[in-house]
Design a protein around this ligand. Structure first.
Ligand SMILES: Nc1ncnc2c1ncn2[C@@H]1O[C@H](COP(=O)(O)OP(=O)(O)OP(=O)(O)O)[C@@H](O)[C@H]1O
Length: 257
């Protein structure tokens, strides 16, 4: 199997009056077709890791390889092209454009690549069917629910067929029913279409849809657990691991089965 993400000896130090060592010597490999969760207490370094992988920020030392290439050595223009080709992003607050329709939002990345209309329409239809959002394609973003917005955002993220889909708290703004639909959608995309995914979350329910979850504490990897046959058992193991690692009680307050 090929490595889609290979993080080696990754460290990040934020300079300043007080120097913060946010990540120390992280090793993480995600293979093609894997669905990997990243969890850890508040301030443990999850966002920092995501920012290094998504190329928003640069490592202090160590390397990040995405599909065999190191994006951190690219110039600005090459980097934005690399990001568009290799990475898909899903955020907590959807980042859709309110004044556009769902369909217009989804095809936006293809218009940037100047795809022809026929290709765009074919891809749009295919993806909307996969995500169960055909009925709402002509609605404006403000007319649809949070769960539908997140599925539209996922559609927009995967329409250019990126090597790696990065999801940052995708269920953070959703109620439990919508969270479940969104996670089932991600699980299906991974299982049926082989979309490789990295999910950063506080939500044990969301994480229980992953193949494995890695845990960060104080900027260091501090364990990994794998899902077996039962998502329910995995969910419980995730909760046990989080309480073992510590953190604030409020972080577990959203626990739901
Ligand atoms: N731009 C920055 N400058 C200085 N320190 C930072 C910066 N960003 C993050 N940090 C520090 O680095 C550490 C890791 O922060 P990070 O945001 O990666 O944690 P996190 O696990 O994502 O937390 P949360 O779950 O609360 O989002 C923290 O101590 C934080 O205060």
């Amino acid at each position: 199997m090929s490595d889609i993400l290979k993080v080696t000896g990754l460290s990040k130090v934020y300079p300043g009056k007080v120097i913060t060592r946010a990540l120390t010597d992280i090793e993480l490999t995600i293979q093609k077709g894997e669905f990997v969760g990243v969890m850890g207490p508040s301030g443990s370094g999850k966002t920092t890791l995501l920012n290094m992988v998504s190329t928003i920020d640069t490592p202090s030392s160590g390397t990040v390889l995405i599909n065999g290439s190191n994006p951190h050595v690219l110039k600005k223009k090459e980097l934005s092209l690399f990001r568009r080709r290799e990475l898909g992003f899903v955020f907590q607050d959807f980042n859709l454009l309110d004044t556009l329709t769902v369909a217009e939002n989804i095809v936006l990345p293809l218009t940037l690549d100047k795809a022809d209309l026929q290709t765009m329409e074919a891809k749009l239809e295919q993806i909307a069917t996969r995500l169960g959002i055909q009925e709402i394609l002509n609605k404006r973003v403000y007319e649809i629910s949070g769960g539908q917005r997140q599925r539209a955002a996922i559609a927009r993220a995967i329409i250019p067929e990126p090597s790696l889909l990065l999801a940052d708290e995708p269920t953070g703004a959703l109620d439990s029913a919508s969270s479940k639909t969104v996670m089932e959608t991600m699980e299906k995309l991974n299982a049926d279409d082989g979309v490789t995914m990295m999910l950063v979350t506080h939500d044990p329910l969301a994480a229980s849809y992953c193949h494995r979850v890695v845990f960060i504490k104080d900027g260091k990897l501090s364990g990994e657990i794998r899902r077996g046959d039962s998502r329910q058992t995995f969910f419980q193991k995730i909760i046990d691991m989080l309480s073992y690692l510590g953190g604030n009680a409020h972080e577990l307050s959203s626990v739901r089965v």
